[in-house]
Design a protein around this ligand. Sequence first.
Ligand SMILES: Cc1ncc(COP(=O)(O)O)c(C=O)c1O
Length: 457
Amino acid sequence: MKTTTSISDKINADPDRYRADTDWDTDAIVRRRETYYAASQRAFVPYSTPLIFKRGQDQYLWDEQGNQYLDCLSQNLCVSIGYNNPAVTRAVQQQAEAIQHCTTMFFHPVPAHLAEELTAKFPASEDWVVHFTNSGAEAIDFALLLARSHTGNNDVLSLHNAYHGATFGAQSVTGISGFRHNISLLNGIQFVANPDQYRGIHGPGLQPYLDDIDRAIRYGTPGQIAGMFIEPIQGYGGIVATPPGYLAGAFERVRAAGGICIVDEVQSGFGRTGKNYWAFLADDVIPDVVVLAKGIGNGYPLGAVVAKRHIAEAMADKFYFNTYGANPVSCAAGRAVLRVIDECNLIENANQVGTALLNVLKKMQQRYDIIGDVRGTGLMMAAELVRDRQSKTPAPEEMHQLFQFTRKHGLVASKSGANKNVLRICPPLCIQMEDVPFFEEAIDASFKDLYADNASL
Ligand SMILES: Cc1ncc(COP(=O)(O)O)c(C=O)c1O
Protein backbone atom coordinates (compact mmCIF):
# COMPACT_ATOMS: atom_id res chain seq x y z
CA MET A 1 0.00 0.00 0.00
CA LYS A 2 1.21 3.48 -0.80
CA THR A 3 1.87 5.57 2.28
CA THR A 4 1.65 9.30 2.29
CA THR A 5 3.33 11.39 4.94
CA SER A 6 2.21 14.75 3.62
CA ILE A 7 1.55 16.35 7.00
CA SER A 8 4.99 15.27 8.22
CA ASP A 9 6.60 16.56 5.03
CA LYS A 10 4.87 19.88 5.53
CA ILE A 11 5.97 20.18 9.17
CA ASN A 12 9.52 19.02 8.51
CA ALA A 13 9.90 21.61 5.80
CA ASP A 14 9.38 24.41 8.35
CA PRO A 15 9.54 22.91 11.86
CA ASP A 16 9.99 26.25 13.65
CA ARG A 17 6.53 27.25 12.62
CA TYR A 18 5.11 24.58 14.91
CA ARG A 19 7.40 25.22 17.85
CA ALA A 20 5.62 26.37 21.03
CA ASP A 21 7.85 28.84 22.85
CA THR A 22 7.99 28.85 26.65
CA ASP A 23 8.11 32.08 28.60
CA TRP A 24 10.56 31.60 31.50
CA ASP A 25 10.08 35.03 33.06
CA THR A 26 9.32 34.41 36.76
CA ASP A 27 6.46 36.93 37.05
CA ALA A 28 4.92 35.72 33.83
CA ILE A 29 4.99 32.10 35.00
CA VAL A 30 3.23 33.02 38.23
CA ARG A 31 0.69 35.27 36.50
CA ARG A 32 -0.19 32.70 33.85
CA ARG A 33 -0.69 29.98 36.43
CA GLU A 34 -2.82 32.24 38.64
CA THR A 35 -4.94 33.25 35.66
CA TYR A 36 -5.53 29.97 33.89
CA TYR A 37 -5.29 27.19 36.48
CA ALA A 38 -8.45 26.17 38.29
CA ALA A 39 -8.48 26.67 42.06
CA SER A 40 -8.08 22.92 42.55
CA GLN A 41 -4.85 22.95 40.54
CA ARG A 42 -3.50 26.05 42.27
CA ALA A 43 -4.17 24.94 45.84
CA PHE A 44 -1.29 22.54 46.40
CA VAL A 45 1.67 24.91 46.92
CA PRO A 46 4.18 23.82 49.56
CA TYR A 47 6.44 26.89 49.87
CA SER A 48 5.52 30.45 50.85
CA THR A 49 6.82 31.68 47.47
CA PRO A 50 6.69 29.82 44.16
CA LEU A 51 9.45 27.38 43.30
CA ILE A 52 9.91 26.99 39.55
CA PHE A 53 12.05 24.23 38.15
CA LYS A 54 13.66 24.55 34.77
CA ARG A 55 16.01 21.59 34.61
CA GLY A 56 16.85 18.34 36.36
CA GLN A 57 19.76 15.94 36.09
CA ASP A 58 20.01 12.77 38.17
CA GLN A 59 19.40 13.83 41.81
CA TYR A 60 19.74 17.57 41.15
CA LEU A 61 17.31 20.29 40.17
CA TRP A 62 17.80 23.86 38.97
CA ASP A 63 15.26 26.64 39.28
CA GLU A 64 14.63 29.23 36.58
CA GLN A 65 17.23 31.54 38.18
CA GLY A 66 19.89 28.83 37.95
CA ASN A 67 19.97 27.89 41.67
CA GLN A 68 20.84 24.23 42.24
CA TYR A 69 19.05 21.91 44.70
CA LEU A 70 19.60 18.41 45.96
CA ASP A 71 16.28 16.70 45.36
CA CYS A 72 14.94 14.80 48.36
CA LEU A 73 11.41 14.36 47.06
CA SER A 74 11.68 12.87 43.54
CA GLN A 75 8.58 14.83 42.45
CA ASN A 76 6.53 13.02 45.05
CA LEU A 77 8.44 9.80 44.45
CA CYS A 78 7.78 9.67 40.71
CA VAL A 79 11.30 10.33 39.45
CA SER A 80 12.62 7.09 40.86
CA ILE A 81 15.89 6.77 38.94
CA GLY A 82 16.73 10.44 38.50
CA TYR A 83 15.98 13.31 36.18
CA ASN A 84 16.83 13.11 32.54
CA ASN A 85 17.86 9.50 32.96
CA PRO A 86 19.52 8.65 29.63
CA ALA A 87 18.10 5.11 29.52
CA VAL A 88 14.57 6.45 29.94
CA THR A 89 15.12 9.28 27.48
CA ARG A 90 16.42 6.85 24.88
CA ALA A 91 13.60 4.35 25.37
CA VAL A 92 10.98 7.08 25.22
CA GLN A 93 12.53 8.75 22.18
CA GLN A 94 12.71 5.49 20.26
CA GLN A 95 9.14 4.59 21.15
CA ALA A 96 7.80 8.08 20.40
CA GLU A 97 9.43 7.98 16.98
CA ALA A 98 7.71 4.67 16.20
CA ILE A 99 4.19 5.15 17.59
CA GLN A 100 3.09 7.43 20.41
CA HIS A 101 -0.10 5.71 21.40
CA CYS A 102 -1.67 2.37 20.72
CA THR A 103 -4.81 1.33 22.57
CA THR A 104 -4.92 -2.07 24.23
CA MET A 105 -7.53 -3.21 21.69
CA PHE A 106 -4.49 -3.70 19.48
CA PHE A 107 -1.58 -5.91 20.35
CA HIS A 108 1.46 -3.71 20.87
CA PRO A 109 4.36 -5.71 22.33
CA VAL A 110 5.91 -3.06 24.61
CA PRO A 111 3.25 -3.02 27.37
CA ALA A 112 3.11 -6.82 27.29
CA HIS A 113 6.90 -6.96 27.67
CA LEU A 114 6.62 -4.66 30.66
CA ALA A 115 3.85 -6.84 32.13
CA GLU A 116 6.07 -9.89 31.77
CA GLU A 117 9.07 -8.09 33.28
CA LEU A 118 7.02 -6.73 36.19
CA THR A 119 5.48 -10.07 37.08
CA ALA A 120 8.99 -11.55 37.13
CA LYS A 121 9.68 -9.27 40.08
CA PHE A 122 6.89 -10.89 42.11
CA PRO A 123 7.04 -14.12 44.14
CA ALA A 124 7.34 -16.98 41.67
CA SER A 125 5.01 -19.16 43.73
CA GLU A 126 2.01 -17.27 42.29
CA ASP A 127 0.64 -16.70 38.81
CA TRP A 128 0.54 -12.91 38.32
CA VAL A 129 -1.10 -10.73 35.67
CA VAL A 130 -1.07 -6.97 35.11
CA HIS A 131 -3.66 -4.30 34.34
CA PHE A 132 -2.12 -0.95 33.36
CA THR A 133 -3.70 2.39 34.24
CA ASN A 134 -2.65 6.02 33.91
CA SER A 135 -2.20 6.75 37.59
CA GLY A 136 -2.12 5.38 41.10
CA ALA A 137 -5.65 6.44 41.96
CA GLU A 138 -7.02 4.70 38.88
CA ALA A 139 -5.14 1.60 39.91
CA ILE A 140 -6.62 1.82 43.41
CA ASP A 141 -10.13 2.20 41.92
CA PHE A 142 -9.50 -0.83 39.78
CA ALA A 143 -8.28 -2.86 42.77
CA LEU A 144 -11.38 -1.86 44.74
CA LEU A 145 -13.66 -2.93 41.90
CA LEU A 146 -11.70 -6.14 41.53
CA ALA A 147 -12.00 -6.94 45.24
CA ARG A 148 -15.75 -6.44 45.16
CA SER A 149 -16.21 -8.27 41.85
CA HIS A 150 -14.08 -11.24 42.83
CA THR A 151 -15.48 -11.76 46.32
CA GLY A 152 -19.06 -10.63 45.80
CA ASN A 153 -18.68 -8.74 49.07
CA ASN A 154 -18.96 -4.99 49.52
CA ASP A 155 -17.15 -4.07 52.73
CA VAL A 156 -13.60 -2.85 52.60
CA LEU A 157 -11.13 -1.99 55.34
CA SER A 158 -8.51 0.70 55.21
CA LEU A 159 -6.17 2.32 57.71
CA HIS A 160 -6.43 5.61 59.53
CA ASN A 161 -3.87 8.01 58.06
CA ALA A 162 -3.78 6.21 54.68
CA TYR A 163 -3.45 8.07 51.38
CA HIS A 164 -4.54 6.18 48.27
CA GLY A 165 -5.40 8.93 45.77
CA ALA A 166 -7.93 11.56 44.77
CA THR A 167 -10.58 9.82 42.64
CA PHE A 168 -13.91 8.85 44.25
CA GLY A 169 -12.79 5.30 44.98
CA ALA A 170 -9.27 6.15 46.08
CA GLN A 171 -10.48 9.05 48.22
CA SER A 172 -13.03 6.75 49.84
CA VAL A 173 -10.24 4.54 51.18
CA THR A 174 -8.08 7.53 52.14
CA GLY A 175 -7.99 8.08 55.90
CA ILE A 176 -6.79 11.69 56.20
CA SER A 177 -9.50 14.37 56.41
CA GLY A 178 -7.40 16.92 54.52
CA PHE A 179 -7.60 14.74 51.41
CA ARG A 180 -11.32 13.89 51.67
CA HIS A 181 -13.98 16.15 50.21
CA ASN A 182 -17.15 16.94 52.07
CA ILE A 183 -19.46 14.80 49.94
CA SER A 184 -20.72 11.28 50.29
CA LEU A 185 -17.92 9.05 49.12
CA LEU A 186 -18.30 5.30 48.53
CA ASN A 187 -20.20 3.26 51.09
CA GLY A 188 -18.93 0.15 52.83
CA ILE A 189 -15.52 1.50 53.80
CA GLN A 190 -14.34 1.10 57.41
CA PHE A 191 -11.18 2.53 58.87
CA VAL A 192 -9.14 0.67 61.45
CA ALA A 193 -6.44 1.96 63.80
CA ASN A 194 -3.12 2.58 62.16
CA PRO A 195 -0.35 0.49 63.77
CA ASP A 196 1.80 3.62 64.10
CA GLN A 197 4.53 2.75 66.59
CA TYR A 198 5.20 6.40 67.45
CA ARG A 199 1.76 7.90 67.90
CA GLY A 200 -0.75 5.12 67.26
CA ILE A 201 -3.83 5.14 69.49
CA HIS A 202 -2.82 1.86 71.16
CA GLY A 203 0.81 2.89 71.61
CA PRO A 204 3.59 0.65 70.34
CA GLY A 205 2.82 -3.01 69.77
CA LEU A 206 1.01 -5.25 67.35
CA GLN A 207 -1.85 -7.20 68.89
CA PRO A 208 -4.19 -4.30 69.76
CA TYR A 209 -4.05 -3.16 66.15
CA LEU A 210 -4.84 -6.63 64.85
CA ASP A 211 -7.69 -6.83 67.37
CA ASP A 212 -9.08 -3.68 65.79
CA ILE A 213 -9.37 -5.51 62.47
CA ASP A 214 -11.25 -8.34 64.20
CA ARG A 215 -13.59 -5.82 65.82
CA ALA A 216 -14.22 -3.92 62.58
CA ILE A 217 -15.12 -7.14 60.76
CA ARG A 218 -17.20 -8.50 63.62
CA TYR A 219 -19.20 -5.40 64.48
CA GLY A 220 -19.11 -3.26 61.36
CA THR A 221 -19.62 -5.70 58.48
CA PRO A 222 -21.77 -8.75 57.71
CA GLY A 223 -18.74 -10.81 58.67
CA GLN A 224 -17.68 -11.10 55.03
CA ILE A 225 -15.54 -8.47 53.39
CA ALA A 226 -14.18 -7.67 49.93
CA GLY A 227 -10.71 -6.83 51.14
CA MET A 228 -8.34 -4.47 52.85
CA PHE A 229 -6.01 -1.78 51.52
CA ILE A 230 -2.66 -1.30 53.23
CA GLU A 231 0.38 0.84 52.44
CA PRO A 232 3.28 -1.15 53.94
CA ILE A 233 4.81 2.26 54.62
CA GLN A 234 2.42 5.19 54.58
CA GLY A 235 3.80 7.94 52.39
CA TYR A 236 1.77 11.14 52.64
CA GLY A 237 0.81 9.91 56.09
CA GLY A 238 4.38 10.76 57.12
CA ILE A 239 6.49 7.63 56.48
CA VAL A 240 4.71 5.39 58.94
CA ALA A 241 5.67 1.74 58.52
CA THR A 242 3.51 -1.18 59.51
CA PRO A 243 5.38 -3.04 62.27
CA PRO A 244 6.76 -6.54 61.55
CA GLY A 245 3.95 -9.07 61.67
CA TYR A 246 1.15 -6.61 60.95
CA LEU A 247 0.73 -7.51 57.28
CA ALA A 248 0.75 -11.23 58.11
CA GLY A 249 -1.80 -10.77 60.91
CA ALA A 250 -4.02 -8.53 58.81
CA PHE A 251 -3.89 -10.86 55.80
CA GLU A 252 -4.93 -13.82 57.95
CA ARG A 253 -7.96 -11.94 59.28
CA VAL A 254 -8.98 -10.47 55.93
CA ARG A 255 -8.78 -13.85 54.19
CA ALA A 256 -10.71 -15.56 56.98
CA ALA A 257 -13.52 -13.08 56.26
CA GLY A 258 -13.45 -13.88 52.54
CA GLY A 259 -11.55 -10.79 51.51
CA ILE A 260 -8.46 -10.15 49.41
CA CYS A 261 -5.32 -8.35 50.56
CA ILE A 262 -4.38 -5.30 48.54
CA VAL A 263 -1.03 -3.70 49.12
CA ASP A 264 -0.40 -0.16 47.88
CA GLU A 265 3.25 0.08 46.83
CA VAL A 266 2.77 3.35 44.95
CA GLN A 267 5.36 5.06 47.18
CA SER A 268 7.22 2.16 48.74
CA GLY A 269 7.77 0.08 45.59
CA PHE A 270 10.56 -0.15 43.03
CA GLY A 271 13.34 -0.64 45.53
CA ARG A 272 12.80 2.51 47.54
CA THR A 273 13.11 0.68 50.86
CA GLY A 274 16.63 -0.46 49.95
CA LYS A 275 15.82 -4.10 50.62
CA ASN A 276 13.59 -5.52 47.92
CA TYR A 277 11.58 -4.35 44.96
CA TRP A 278 8.47 -4.34 47.16
CA ALA A 279 8.11 -3.35 50.80
CA PHE A 280 5.66 -6.19 51.56
CA LEU A 281 8.48 -8.71 51.06
CA ALA A 282 10.08 -7.53 54.32
CA ASP A 283 7.11 -9.04 56.16
CA ASP A 284 7.36 -12.33 54.29
CA VAL A 285 3.79 -12.24 53.00
CA ILE A 286 2.23 -12.48 49.57
CA PRO A 287 -0.64 -10.08 48.84
CA ASP A 288 -3.40 -10.92 46.39
CA VAL A 289 -3.23 -7.59 44.58
CA VAL A 290 -0.46 -4.99 44.45
CA VAL A 291 -0.99 -1.42 43.28
CA LEU A 292 1.91 0.36 41.57
CA ALA A 293 2.43 3.83 40.09
CA LYS A 294 4.76 6.83 40.52
CA GLY A 295 8.27 5.35 40.35
CA ILE A 296 7.18 2.80 37.75
CA GLY A 297 7.60 5.29 34.87
CA ASN A 298 10.19 7.73 36.29
CA GLY A 299 7.58 10.47 35.85
CA TYR A 300 5.82 9.21 32.73
CA PRO A 301 2.13 8.66 33.54
CA LEU A 302 1.65 5.01 34.35
CA GLY A 303 0.04 2.86 37.00
CA ALA A 304 -0.40 -0.87 37.29
CA VAL A 305 -2.39 -3.41 39.24
CA VAL A 306 -0.55 -6.68 39.63
CA ALA A 307 -2.98 -9.40 40.67
CA LYS A 308 -3.14 -13.12 41.08
CA ARG A 309 -4.56 -14.49 37.85
CA HIS A 310 -7.60 -16.22 39.34
CA ILE A 311 -8.61 -12.98 41.07
CA ALA A 312 -8.16 -10.82 37.97
CA GLU A 313 -10.39 -13.24 36.04
CA ALA A 314 -13.36 -11.77 37.92
CA MET A 315 -13.27 -8.82 35.51
CA ALA A 316 -13.17 -10.88 32.31
CA ASP A 317 -16.81 -10.31 31.36
CA LYS A 318 -16.93 -6.51 31.46
CA PHE A 319 -15.06 -3.87 29.54
CA TYR A 320 -12.78 -1.85 31.73
CA PHE A 321 -10.12 0.35 30.28
CA ASN A 322 -8.28 3.55 31.02
CA THR A 323 -7.76 5.08 27.61
CA TYR A 324 -4.05 5.75 27.96
CA GLY A 325 -3.33 2.83 30.27
CA ALA A 326 -0.59 0.69 28.68
CA ASN A 327 0.55 3.62 26.55
CA PRO A 328 3.68 2.28 24.80
CA VAL A 329 5.79 5.40 25.50
CA SER A 330 5.08 5.22 29.24
CA CYS A 331 5.63 1.46 29.19
CA ALA A 332 8.95 1.93 27.34
CA ALA A 333 9.96 4.25 30.20
CA GLY A 334 8.84 1.56 32.66
CA ARG A 335 11.03 -1.06 30.99
CA ALA A 336 14.03 1.26 31.18
CA VAL A 337 13.33 1.89 34.89
CA LEU A 338 13.53 -1.83 35.69
CA ARG A 339 16.79 -2.20 33.79
CA VAL A 340 18.42 0.79 35.45
CA ILE A 341 17.36 -0.35 38.94
CA ASP A 342 18.87 -3.77 38.28
CA GLU A 343 21.97 -2.89 36.27
CA CYS A 344 22.98 0.07 38.45
CA ASN A 345 22.27 -1.77 41.74
CA LEU A 346 19.97 1.01 42.84
CA ILE A 347 18.30 -1.04 45.57
CA GLU A 348 21.64 -1.54 47.31
CA ASN A 349 22.42 2.13 46.68
CA ALA A 350 19.12 3.05 48.35
CA ASN A 351 20.13 0.91 51.29
CA GLN A 352 23.61 2.41 51.69
CA VAL A 353 22.91 6.07 51.01
CA GLY A 354 19.56 5.83 52.80
CA THR A 355 21.29 4.53 55.94
CA ALA A 356 23.78 7.40 55.81
CA LEU A 357 21.00 9.98 55.39
CA LEU A 358 18.99 8.42 58.21
CA ASN A 359 22.07 8.65 60.43
CA VAL A 360 22.24 12.37 59.65
CA LEU A 361 18.61 12.75 60.75
CA LYS A 362 19.36 10.80 63.94
CA LYS A 363 22.31 13.09 64.63
CA MET A 364 19.98 16.06 64.20
CA GLN A 365 17.55 14.47 66.64
CA GLN A 366 20.27 14.43 69.28
CA ARG A 367 21.07 18.06 68.57
CA TYR A 368 17.55 19.48 68.22
CA ASP A 369 14.80 18.69 70.75
CA ILE A 370 12.07 19.60 68.31
CA ILE A 371 12.68 16.34 66.45
CA GLY A 372 10.45 13.83 68.22
CA ASP A 373 10.97 10.87 65.93
CA VAL A 374 13.26 9.82 63.10
CA ARG A 375 12.24 6.81 61.07
CA GLY A 376 12.43 5.13 57.71
CA THR A 377 14.19 2.60 55.60
CA GLY A 378 16.21 2.97 52.43
CA LEU A 379 15.37 6.22 50.69
CA MET A 380 12.02 6.67 52.41
CA MET A 381 12.56 8.47 55.70
CA ALA A 382 11.23 11.23 57.89
CA ALA A 383 11.80 13.46 60.89
CA GLU A 384 8.68 14.33 62.89
CA LEU A 385 8.61 17.69 64.67
CA VAL A 386 6.94 18.04 68.07
CA ARG A 387 6.62 20.88 70.57
CA ASP A 388 7.47 18.52 73.38
CA ARG A 389 8.92 15.02 73.20
CA GLN A 390 6.81 13.80 76.10
CA SER A 391 3.39 14.97 74.91
CA LYS A 392 4.33 14.58 71.22
CA THR A 393 2.27 17.68 70.41
CA PRO A 394 2.76 18.22 66.65
CA ALA A 395 4.69 21.32 65.56
CA PRO A 396 3.24 22.21 62.13
CA GLU A 397 4.12 25.93 62.22
CA GLU A 398 7.74 25.16 63.03
CA MET A 399 7.68 22.50 60.30
CA HIS A 400 6.46 25.09 57.81
CA GLN A 401 9.31 27.43 58.81
CA LEU A 402 11.90 24.67 58.70
CA PHE A 403 10.64 23.70 55.29
CA GLN A 404 11.32 27.19 53.89
CA PHE A 405 14.83 27.04 55.36
CA THR A 406 15.58 23.67 53.75
CA ARG A 407 14.80 25.29 50.41
CA LYS A 408 17.03 28.27 51.21
CA HIS A 409 19.86 25.85 51.96
CA GLY A 410 19.43 23.94 48.70
CA LEU A 411 17.20 20.97 49.52
CA VAL A 412 13.85 20.03 48.04
CA ALA A 413 11.93 17.95 50.56
CA SER A 414 8.32 17.48 51.58
CA LYS A 415 6.10 18.43 54.45
CA SER A 416 3.72 15.58 55.17
CA GLY A 417 1.64 13.71 57.73
CA ALA A 418 -1.94 14.33 58.81
CA ASN A 419 -0.57 17.00 61.20
CA LYS A 420 1.73 18.54 58.57
CA ASN A 421 4.64 18.21 60.99
CA VAL A 422 6.75 15.59 59.21
CA LEU A 423 9.78 16.32 57.05
CA ARG A 424 9.71 13.61 54.42
CA ILE A 425 12.99 12.72 52.70
CA CYS A 426 12.66 10.54 49.59
CA PRO A 427 15.42 11.29 47.07
CA PRO A 428 15.78 9.58 43.69
CA LEU A 429 17.36 6.14 44.03
CA CYS A 430 20.50 7.41 42.28
CA ILE A 431 21.50 9.83 45.07
CA GLN A 432 25.16 9.29 45.94
CA MET A 433 27.22 8.99 49.14
CA GLU A 434 28.99 12.21 48.01
CA ASP A 435 25.67 14.05 48.50
CA VAL A 436 25.47 13.15 52.19
CA PRO A 437 27.80 15.90 53.54
CA PHE A 438 25.83 18.53 51.62
CA PHE A 439 22.59 17.09 52.98
CA GLU A 440 23.95 17.23 56.51
CA GLU A 441 25.14 20.83 56.18
CA ALA A 442 21.84 21.93 54.65
CA ILE A 443 19.67 20.18 57.25
CA ASP A 444 21.80 21.41 60.13
CA ALA A 445 21.78 24.99 58.81
CA SER A 446 17.99 24.79 58.41
CA PHE A 447 17.49 23.74 62.04
CA LYS A 448 19.93 26.46 63.17
CA ASP A 449 17.85 29.03 61.30
CA LEU A 450 14.66 27.63 62.84
CA TYR A 451 16.08 27.92 66.35
CA ALA A 452 17.46 31.41 65.65
CA ASP A 453 13.98 32.54 64.60
CA ASN A 454 12.15 30.98 67.56
CA ALA A 455 13.25 32.14 70.97
CA SER A 456 10.97 29.56 72.61
CA LEU A 457 12.89 26.59 71.15
C1 LIG B 1 0.41 5.48 48.44
C2 LIG B 1 -0.30 6.15 47.30
N1 LIG B 1 -1.28 5.49 46.65
C3 LIG B 1 -1.93 6.02 45.63
C4 LIG B 1 -1.63 7.30 45.18
C5 LIG B 1 -2.38 7.89 44.03
O1 LIG B 1 -1.55 8.02 42.92
P1 LIG B 1 -1.85 9.09 41.79
O2 LIG B 1 -1.56 10.44 42.39
O3 LIG B 1 -0.92 8.70 40.68
O4 LIG B 1 -3.26 8.97 41.41
C6 LIG B 1 -0.62 8.02 45.81
C7 LIG B 1 -0.30 9.37 45.37
O5 LIG B 1 0.39 10.10 46.00
C8 LIG B 1 0.06 7.44 46.91
O6 LIG B 1 1.02 8.09 47.56
